[in-house]
Design a protein around this ligand. Structure first.
Ligand code: MN
Length: 363
Protein backbone atom coordinates (compact mmCIF):
# COMPACT_ATOMS: atom_id res chain seq x y z
CA UNK A 1 0.00 0.00 0.00
CA UNK A 2 2.95 2.29 0.60
CA UNK A 3 3.68 2.08 -3.11
CA UNK A 4 0.13 3.06 -4.09
CA UNK A 5 0.37 6.00 -1.72
CA UNK A 6 3.65 7.04 -3.33
CA UNK A 7 2.06 6.82 -6.77
CA UNK A 8 -0.90 8.91 -5.65
CA UNK A 9 1.53 11.51 -4.40
CA UNK A 10 3.17 11.73 -7.82
CA UNK A 11 0.15 11.52 -10.12
CA UNK A 12 -2.40 13.42 -8.07
CA UNK A 13 -0.30 16.00 -6.25
CA UNK A 14 2.42 16.67 -8.80
CA UNK A 15 0.90 15.79 -12.17
CA UNK A 16 -2.67 16.98 -11.70
CA UNK A 17 -4.55 13.75 -12.41
CA UNK A 18 -7.48 12.66 -10.28
CA UNK A 19 -7.59 9.10 -11.55
CA UNK A 20 -5.01 6.61 -12.75
CA UNK A 21 -5.35 3.27 -14.50
CA UNK A 22 -2.53 0.75 -14.17
CA UNK A 23 -2.49 -1.82 -16.98
CA UNK A 24 1.19 -2.56 -17.54
CA UNK A 25 2.02 -6.05 -16.32
CA UNK A 26 5.22 -5.15 -14.49
CA UNK A 27 3.53 -2.14 -12.91
CA UNK A 28 0.67 -4.34 -11.73
CA UNK A 29 3.19 -6.69 -10.14
CA UNK A 30 4.88 -3.75 -8.48
CA UNK A 31 1.69 -2.61 -6.80
CA UNK A 32 0.05 -5.99 -6.15
CA UNK A 33 3.01 -8.30 -5.58
CA UNK A 34 1.51 -11.09 -7.68
CA UNK A 35 0.05 -11.46 -11.16
CA UNK A 36 -3.52 -12.22 -12.12
CA UNK A 37 -5.41 -8.97 -12.60
CA UNK A 38 -5.79 -6.97 -15.84
CA UNK A 39 -5.79 -3.55 -14.18
CA UNK A 40 -6.00 -1.39 -11.10
CA UNK A 41 -7.91 1.89 -10.96
CA UNK A 42 -6.87 4.41 -8.36
CA UNK A 43 -8.65 7.66 -7.79
CA UNK A 44 -8.52 10.71 -5.61
CA UNK A 45 -12.03 10.18 -4.24
CA UNK A 46 -12.35 6.48 -3.74
CA UNK A 47 -10.75 3.20 -2.76
CA UNK A 48 -8.35 1.62 -5.21
CA UNK A 49 -10.05 -1.05 -7.28
CA UNK A 50 -8.52 -4.19 -8.69
CA UNK A 51 -10.42 -5.66 -11.62
CA UNK A 52 -10.17 -9.38 -11.96
CA UNK A 53 -11.65 -12.13 -14.11
CA UNK A 54 -13.32 -15.05 -12.37
CA UNK A 55 -10.37 -17.40 -12.90
CA UNK A 56 -8.25 -15.42 -10.42
CA UNK A 57 -11.00 -13.90 -8.31
CA UNK A 58 -10.54 -16.01 -5.18
CA UNK A 59 -6.78 -15.60 -5.12
CA UNK A 60 -6.86 -11.84 -5.61
CA UNK A 61 -9.58 -11.50 -3.01
CA UNK A 62 -7.45 -13.43 -0.52
CA UNK A 63 -4.18 -11.66 -1.23
CA UNK A 64 -5.08 -8.08 -2.10
CA UNK A 65 -6.52 -7.03 1.21
CA UNK A 66 -6.07 -3.29 0.81
CA UNK A 67 -7.98 -3.09 -2.44
CA UNK A 68 -11.57 -3.28 -3.44
CA UNK A 69 -11.78 -6.30 -5.72
CA UNK A 70 -14.23 -6.13 -8.62
CA UNK A 71 -15.13 -9.23 -10.54
CA UNK A 72 -15.39 -8.86 -14.30
CA UNK A 73 -18.21 -11.24 -15.07
CA UNK A 74 -18.50 -13.50 -18.05
CA UNK A 75 -19.69 -11.48 -21.04
CA UNK A 76 -19.02 -8.20 -19.28
CA UNK A 77 -16.73 -5.74 -21.04
CA UNK A 78 -13.80 -4.50 -18.98
CA UNK A 79 -13.47 -1.16 -20.78
CA UNK A 80 -17.15 -0.34 -20.34
CA UNK A 81 -17.01 -1.34 -16.71
CA UNK A 82 -14.00 0.90 -16.05
CA UNK A 83 -15.56 3.82 -17.93
CA UNK A 84 -18.67 3.54 -15.76
CA UNK A 85 -16.58 3.58 -12.59
CA UNK A 86 -14.47 6.51 -13.77
CA UNK A 87 -17.65 8.51 -14.40
CA UNK A 88 -19.13 7.53 -11.04
CA UNK A 89 -15.96 8.70 -9.30
CA UNK A 90 -16.20 11.96 -11.27
CA UNK A 91 -12.64 11.65 -12.52
CA UNK A 92 -11.81 14.61 -14.75
CA UNK A 93 -8.29 13.69 -15.80
CA UNK A 94 -7.36 10.03 -16.06
CA UNK A 95 -3.74 8.91 -16.40
CA UNK A 96 -2.94 5.61 -18.05
CA UNK A 97 0.24 3.59 -18.32
CA UNK A 98 1.06 1.49 -21.36
CA UNK A 99 2.23 -1.96 -22.27
CA UNK A 100 5.62 -1.97 -24.00
CA UNK A 101 5.36 1.69 -24.93
CA UNK A 102 1.90 1.58 -26.48
CA UNK A 103 -1.44 1.52 -24.76
CA UNK A 104 -3.53 -1.61 -24.97
CA UNK A 105 -4.92 -0.25 -28.22
CA UNK A 106 -8.46 -1.60 -28.32
CA UNK A 107 -9.08 -0.90 -24.65
CA UNK A 108 -7.60 2.55 -24.90
CA UNK A 109 -9.77 3.53 -27.84
CA UNK A 110 -12.87 2.21 -26.15
CA UNK A 111 -12.10 4.08 -22.97
CA UNK A 112 -11.35 7.42 -24.61
CA UNK A 113 -14.54 7.11 -26.63
CA UNK A 114 -16.70 6.23 -23.65
CA UNK A 115 -15.20 9.06 -21.61
CA UNK A 116 -14.96 11.73 -24.29
CA UNK A 117 -17.55 13.97 -22.68
CA UNK A 118 -16.52 13.66 -19.05
CA UNK A 119 -12.85 12.82 -18.72
CA UNK A 120 -9.54 13.63 -20.34
CA UNK A 121 -7.46 10.48 -20.84
CA UNK A 122 -3.71 10.88 -21.04
CA UNK A 123 -0.81 8.42 -21.27
CA UNK A 124 1.56 8.81 -18.36
CA UNK A 125 4.41 6.34 -18.06
CA UNK A 126 7.00 8.31 -16.15
CA UNK A 127 5.20 8.29 -12.81
CA UNK A 128 5.50 4.57 -12.13
CA UNK A 129 8.90 4.35 -13.77
CA UNK A 130 10.27 6.98 -11.44
CA UNK A 131 9.10 4.95 -8.47
CA UNK A 132 10.24 1.61 -9.85
CA UNK A 133 13.77 2.67 -10.66
CA UNK A 134 14.57 3.20 -6.97
CA UNK A 135 14.35 -0.17 -5.27
CA UNK A 136 13.26 -0.40 -1.65
CA UNK A 137 14.76 -2.82 0.89
CA UNK A 138 12.12 -5.46 0.21
CA UNK A 139 12.88 -5.42 -3.49
CA UNK A 140 16.62 -5.46 -2.91
CA UNK A 141 16.33 -8.58 -0.81
CA UNK A 142 14.66 -10.33 -3.76
CA UNK A 143 17.17 -8.94 -6.24
CA UNK A 144 20.10 -10.11 -4.11
CA UNK A 145 18.59 -13.58 -4.11
CA UNK A 146 18.05 -13.43 -7.89
CA UNK A 147 21.72 -12.43 -8.24
CA UNK A 148 22.83 -15.26 -6.00
CA UNK A 149 20.87 -17.79 -8.05
CA UNK A 150 22.26 -16.40 -11.29
CA UNK A 151 25.80 -16.70 -9.95
CA UNK A 152 25.11 -20.36 -9.16
CA UNK A 153 23.94 -20.81 -12.75
CA UNK A 154 27.16 -19.28 -14.04
CA UNK A 155 29.28 -21.54 -11.86
CA UNK A 156 27.50 -24.43 -13.54
CA UNK A 157 28.36 -23.04 -16.97
CA UNK A 158 32.05 -23.04 -16.06
CA UNK A 159 31.70 -26.73 -15.18
CA UNK A 160 29.54 -27.79 -18.12
CA UNK A 161 31.35 -26.24 -21.06
CA UNK A 162 33.68 -28.69 -22.80
CA UNK A 163 34.37 -29.99 -26.30
CA UNK A 164 31.46 -31.85 -27.87
CA UNK A 165 28.72 -30.50 -25.63
CA UNK A 166 25.81 -28.70 -27.28
CA UNK A 167 24.70 -25.16 -26.46
CA UNK A 168 21.25 -26.25 -25.32
CA UNK A 169 22.76 -28.88 -23.04
CA UNK A 170 24.77 -26.22 -21.25
CA UNK A 171 21.66 -24.01 -21.04
CA UNK A 172 19.71 -26.90 -19.52
CA UNK A 173 22.39 -27.50 -16.85
CA UNK A 174 22.41 -23.80 -15.98
CA UNK A 175 18.64 -23.49 -15.71
CA UNK A 176 18.38 -26.72 -13.74
CA UNK A 177 20.99 -25.54 -11.23
CA UNK A 178 19.18 -22.23 -10.73
CA UNK A 179 15.81 -23.94 -10.39
CA UNK A 180 17.16 -26.43 -7.87
CA UNK A 181 18.23 -23.56 -5.64
CA UNK A 182 14.91 -21.74 -5.78
CA UNK A 183 14.74 -19.75 -8.99
CA UNK A 184 11.16 -19.16 -10.19
CA UNK A 185 12.27 -19.34 -13.79
CA UNK A 186 14.52 -17.34 -16.04
CA UNK A 187 14.46 -13.57 -16.43
CA UNK A 188 14.91 -13.99 -20.20
CA UNK A 189 15.85 -16.67 -22.69
CA UNK A 190 19.21 -18.15 -21.74
CA UNK A 191 22.02 -17.32 -24.16
CA UNK A 192 24.78 -19.85 -24.77
CA UNK A 193 26.40 -18.68 -28.00
CA UNK A 194 29.53 -20.53 -29.06
CA UNK A 195 32.13 -20.19 -31.81
CA UNK A 196 31.20 -17.76 -34.59
CA UNK A 197 27.81 -17.36 -32.94
CA UNK A 198 29.43 -15.72 -29.90
CA UNK A 199 29.82 -12.61 -32.07
CA UNK A 200 26.03 -12.17 -32.08
CA UNK A 201 25.23 -10.17 -28.93
CA UNK A 202 21.81 -11.82 -28.67
CA UNK A 203 22.80 -15.20 -30.02
CA UNK A 204 20.27 -17.34 -28.21
CA UNK A 205 21.00 -21.00 -27.95
CA UNK A 206 21.11 -23.72 -30.62
CA UNK A 207 22.14 -27.36 -31.09
CA UNK A 208 25.68 -26.33 -32.08
CA UNK A 209 28.40 -28.55 -30.62
CA UNK A 210 31.32 -26.80 -29.00
CA UNK A 211 34.82 -27.24 -30.33
CA UNK A 212 38.19 -26.60 -28.75
CA UNK A 213 39.13 -22.96 -29.12
CA UNK A 214 35.53 -21.69 -29.35
CA UNK A 215 34.59 -18.60 -27.44
CA UNK A 216 31.28 -19.10 -25.58
CA UNK A 217 29.16 -16.17 -24.41
CA UNK A 218 26.87 -17.21 -21.56
CA UNK A 219 24.23 -14.58 -20.73
CA UNK A 220 21.77 -15.70 -18.07
CA UNK A 221 19.38 -14.47 -15.43
CA UNK A 222 17.35 -16.07 -12.70
CA UNK A 223 13.95 -14.76 -11.71
CA UNK A 224 13.13 -14.68 -8.04
CA UNK A 225 9.63 -13.68 -6.93
CA UNK A 226 9.28 -11.76 -10.20
CA UNK A 227 12.60 -9.92 -9.83
CA UNK A 228 15.21 -10.35 -12.53
CA UNK A 229 18.95 -10.60 -12.63
CA UNK A 230 21.33 -10.41 -15.58
CA UNK A 231 24.87 -11.73 -15.90
CA UNK A 232 27.28 -12.63 -18.66
CA UNK A 233 30.59 -14.42 -18.70
CA UNK A 234 32.63 -15.53 -21.67
CA UNK A 235 34.66 -18.72 -21.68
CA UNK A 236 36.82 -20.66 -24.07
CA UNK A 237 36.40 -24.35 -24.78
CA UNK A 238 39.77 -25.84 -23.90
CA UNK A 239 42.73 -23.48 -23.72
CA UNK A 240 42.35 -19.80 -24.63
CA UNK A 241 44.66 -18.37 -27.30
CA UNK A 242 46.87 -15.31 -26.81
CA UNK A 243 44.52 -13.22 -28.98
CA UNK A 244 41.45 -14.31 -27.00
CA UNK A 245 43.23 -13.45 -23.75
CA UNK A 246 44.25 -10.06 -25.09
CA UNK A 247 40.69 -9.08 -26.05
CA UNK A 248 39.30 -10.54 -22.86
CA UNK A 249 41.62 -8.40 -20.79
CA UNK A 250 40.39 -5.24 -22.55
CA UNK A 251 36.73 -6.07 -21.89
CA UNK A 252 37.51 -7.04 -18.32
CA UNK A 253 39.33 -3.77 -17.69
CA UNK A 254 36.49 -1.76 -19.28
CA UNK A 255 33.97 -3.54 -17.09
CA UNK A 256 36.04 -3.11 -13.93
CA UNK A 257 36.65 0.58 -14.52
CA UNK A 258 32.99 1.23 -15.28
CA UNK A 259 31.85 -0.69 -12.18
CA UNK A 260 34.24 1.36 -10.08
CA UNK A 261 32.62 4.68 -11.08
CA UNK A 262 29.03 3.51 -10.65
CA UNK A 263 27.63 5.50 -7.76
CA UNK A 264 24.94 7.98 -6.89
CA UNK A 265 24.85 11.27 -8.86
CA UNK A 266 27.09 10.00 -11.66
CA UNK A 267 25.67 10.46 -15.18
CA UNK A 268 24.84 7.17 -16.88
CA UNK A 269 26.46 8.33 -20.13
CA UNK A 270 29.71 9.03 -18.28
CA UNK A 271 29.84 5.43 -17.06
CA UNK A 272 29.32 4.29 -20.65
CA UNK A 273 32.09 6.64 -21.78
CA UNK A 274 34.61 5.21 -19.32
CA UNK A 275 34.12 1.66 -20.55
CA UNK A 276 34.02 2.80 -24.17
CA UNK A 277 37.30 4.68 -23.81
CA UNK A 278 39.16 1.59 -22.60
CA UNK A 279 37.89 -0.34 -25.63
CA UNK A 280 38.51 2.52 -28.07
CA UNK A 281 42.04 3.12 -26.77
CA UNK A 282 42.81 -0.52 -27.40
CA UNK A 283 41.62 -0.10 -31.00
CA UNK A 284 38.38 -2.07 -30.74
CA UNK A 285 35.90 0.82 -30.48
CA UNK A 286 33.86 -0.15 -33.53
CA UNK A 287 33.34 -3.66 -32.18
CA UNK A 288 31.53 -2.47 -29.06
CA UNK A 289 28.16 -2.34 -30.77
CA UNK A 290 25.74 -1.67 -27.92
CA UNK A 291 25.22 0.49 -24.87
CA UNK A 292 26.96 -0.30 -21.61
CA UNK A 293 23.92 -1.33 -19.61
CA UNK A 294 20.35 -0.95 -18.43
CA UNK A 295 18.24 -0.95 -15.32
CA UNK A 296 16.95 -4.26 -13.97
CA UNK A 297 14.03 -5.02 -11.68
CA UNK A 298 10.63 -6.52 -12.36
CA UNK A 299 11.69 -6.27 -16.00
CA UNK A 300 15.08 -7.28 -17.26
CA UNK A 301 15.33 -4.06 -19.27
CA UNK A 302 14.01 -0.95 -17.59
CA UNK A 303 15.24 2.56 -16.83
CA UNK A 304 17.80 3.94 -16.25
CA UNK A 305 19.73 3.37 -19.46
CA UNK A 306 23.52 3.46 -19.66
CA UNK A 307 24.56 4.48 -23.14
CA UNK A 308 25.96 7.44 -25.05
CA UNK A 309 22.59 9.17 -25.46
CA UNK A 310 21.30 8.60 -21.94
CA UNK A 311 20.06 11.59 -19.98
CA UNK A 312 19.75 9.56 -16.80
CA UNK A 313 21.74 10.14 -13.65
CA UNK A 314 22.27 7.28 -11.24
CA UNK A 315 20.74 7.40 -7.78
CA UNK A 316 20.94 5.26 -4.67
CA UNK A 317 18.69 2.25 -5.11
CA UNK A 318 19.05 1.92 -8.89
CA UNK A 319 19.98 -1.57 -10.03
CA UNK A 320 21.82 -1.58 -13.35
CA UNK A 321 23.95 -3.81 -15.53
CA UNK A 322 27.49 -3.07 -16.64
CA UNK A 323 28.19 -5.10 -19.76
CA UNK A 324 30.83 -4.01 -22.24
CA UNK A 325 31.61 -6.32 -25.13
CA UNK A 326 33.74 -6.75 -28.23
CA UNK A 327 32.29 -8.70 -31.16
CA UNK A 328 34.39 -9.60 -34.20
CA UNK A 329 32.64 -11.46 -36.97
CA UNK A 330 35.18 -14.19 -37.75
CA UNK A 331 36.73 -14.40 -34.28
CA UNK A 332 33.76 -14.39 -31.96
CA UNK A 333 32.56 -12.20 -29.15
CA UNK A 334 33.46 -11.43 -25.58
CA UNK A 335 31.12 -9.81 -23.08
CA UNK A 336 31.31 -9.49 -19.30
CA UNK A 337 28.26 -8.38 -17.38
CA UNK A 338 27.25 -7.93 -13.78
CA UNK A 339 24.09 -6.58 -12.17
CA UNK A 340 25.02 -3.98 -9.57
CA UNK A 341 23.26 -1.87 -6.96
CA UNK A 342 23.99 1.85 -7.00
CA UNK A 343 24.96 3.24 -3.61
CA UNK A 344 26.40 6.46 -2.32
CA UNK A 345 29.88 5.11 -2.75
CA UNK A 346 31.08 1.83 -4.21
CA UNK A 347 28.41 -0.18 -6.04
CA UNK A 348 27.36 -3.55 -4.65
CA UNK A 349 27.62 -6.44 -7.09
CA UNK A 350 24.51 -8.60 -7.02
CA UNK A 351 26.02 -11.16 -9.40
CA UNK A 352 29.34 -12.70 -8.53
CA UNK A 353 31.64 -14.90 -10.50
CA UNK A 354 35.16 -15.27 -11.74
CA UNK A 355 36.59 -13.06 -14.46
CA UNK A 356 38.29 -15.73 -16.47
CA UNK A 357 38.07 -17.39 -19.86
CA UNK A 358 39.09 -20.72 -18.41
CA UNK A 359 36.45 -23.33 -17.70
CA UNK A 360 36.79 -26.02 -15.06
CA UNK A 361 37.29 -28.63 -17.79
CA UNK A 362 40.90 -28.15 -18.81
CA UNK A 363 41.64 -31.49 -20.43
MN1 MN B 1 21.94 -7.25 -19.88
Amino acid sequence: MKRIEALKQVVFEKKGFDGFLITNEANLLYFMGFPGAPCILISKNGRSVIYVYSVNYQQVKAEAKDFKVELVKRGEDLGTKIAKKVKALEVKKLGLDTIAGVPHVAGYLKLTKALRETTKVKIENEAVRVLRRVKDEGELELMREAGELTSIGMETAYEAIKPGVREYEVAAEIEYAMRRRGSWGTAFETIVASGVRSAFPHGGCTERKMKKGDLVVVDIGANYQHYCSDMTRTMVVGKPSAKQKEIYEIVRLAQEKACRVVKSKVKAKDVDAIARKVIEDAGYGKYFVHGLGHGVGLEVHEPPTLNRESKDALTVGNVVTVEPGIYIAHLGGIRIEDTVLVKRQKAEKLTKGPYTLETKQQT
